[in-house]
Write a protein of this length. Structure first.
Length: 352
């Protein structure tokens, strides 16, 4: 029988997906839900998968623990190909992969303690082992004092923490989160995200998290892929994707701030005295923030600031400026060359 997690080469991805396709039969038609997915998910990281409803996120997640069979392609977990596992080995795999659901999936007639203990009872663990494990995970999620409560007596955030405890009781090496915070209020979401981050940092568990909320990705993920119509359209470190989104869908998910300028933009300058409206985008380590004095000196003319936004993600500053400068004799190409070490992108939005 395969022994998951033993003799692991940590230089290899924890999960390796190659040329993965998934088809569904819907009303006698083939629906291509996942299209040629190639993905490496590193050991011990929090990996985000984001997309709109129907993009294929849940289908992808469910293939990782064998709940969905792939149509073609491969999924390797620590170099073990899921498609080659027999039934017993697949059961063993599922015990090493915890799952957290959007709507908690708790049994209403059982106490918190019994909900968390149930997977161990099904697997025929000893009473002593069950006692030790359930006590430990309930303490970890901060619900030791709710052990004898029933789900109906808990808030949404507490129910999700019970779900997390249940997912952890088998001591998994991978945790799959299916829209784990979308049914929660902002305060409960913050608590659950902080808990997931703590679990990742203290236990070293690889977390794969799907969501339609960029704020969730921003809060805790190390890397992110954007999926649309079953295809990966963008991927990278979270700070990099946030600072310079390449795809329209990514920009929509980020809900980038709309321009709110006190004048109308035109495609061409209307007069010699027109101003060119520029958007300057940057991403830099926290200790290397852009030098505004050198920037404005390079522009070498009056600069009017109309919009700015600065954020801090993964030890990086992510920022955008919208400025207006006199366009007369301004060489945009030369300006971009002068500022290329400070800005990731300089765009001409129009003229006013």
């Amino acid at each position: 029988m395969v022994s998951f997690g033993s003799h692991v080469d940590f230089s290899l991805p924890h999960i390796k997906i190659r040329n993965l396709n998934k088809y569904y039969a819907v009303q006698n038609q083939h629906v291509h839900a996942l299209k040629n997915i190639d993905l490496d998910i590193p050991e011990g990281k929090i990996f985000g998968i984001i997309g709109k409803s129907g993009a294929g996120k849940s289908s992808l997640l469910r293939t990782l623990n064998g709940l969905e069979k792939v149509s073609d392609g491969s999924i390797h977990i620590h170099q073990h190909n899921l498609a080659e596992l027999n039934h017993a080995e697949l059961i063993q795999l599922r015990q090493r992969i915890g799952m957290i659901f959007q709507h908690f999936n708790l049994m209403s007639a059982k106490t918190v303690w019994d909900n968390v203990a149930l997977p161990l009872k099904i697997a025929h663990y000893s009473a002593t082992e069950i006692e030790q494990r359930v006590s430990a995970v309930l303490e970890l999620v901060g619900l030791s004092n709710k052990a004898q409560n029933y789900p109906a007596q808990l808030s949404g955030g507490q129910k999700q923490r019970v779900g997390i405890a249940r997912a952890l009781v088998h001591h998994p090496e991978i945790l799959l989160c299916d829209e784990a915070t979308s049914a929660l209020d902002p305060e409960s979401t913050s608590v659950v995200l902080s808990l997931l981050k703590e679990i990742n940092q203290t236990l070293g568990i690889t977390i794969v998290l799907i969501t339609h909320e960029m704020q969730v990705i921003r809060e805790i993920c190390d890397q992110v892929v954007v999926i649309e119509h079953g295809e990966i359209v963008e991927s990278g470190q979270v700070w990099s994707v946030f600072s310079n989104p390449q795809q329209q869908i990514t920009q929509e998910l980020l809900n980038l701030e709309q321009l709110d300028l006190p004048f109308q933009l035109h495609e061409q300058p209307l007069a010699e005295s027109s101003q060119v409206i520029l958007r300057l985008s940057y991403a830099s380590p926290l200790q290397h923030a852009p030098d505004l004095n050198s920037i404005f000196s390079a522009i070498d003319r009056p600069v009017h600031l109309y919009q700015s936004h600065i954020d801090s993600i993964q030890e990086h500053l992510i920022g955008k400026f919208v400025v207006a400068v006199p366009q007369h004799d301004l060489d945009i190409h030369q300006l971009k060359q002068q500022l290329q070490h400070q800005f990731a992108k300089i765009e001409v939005l129009g003229y006013a």
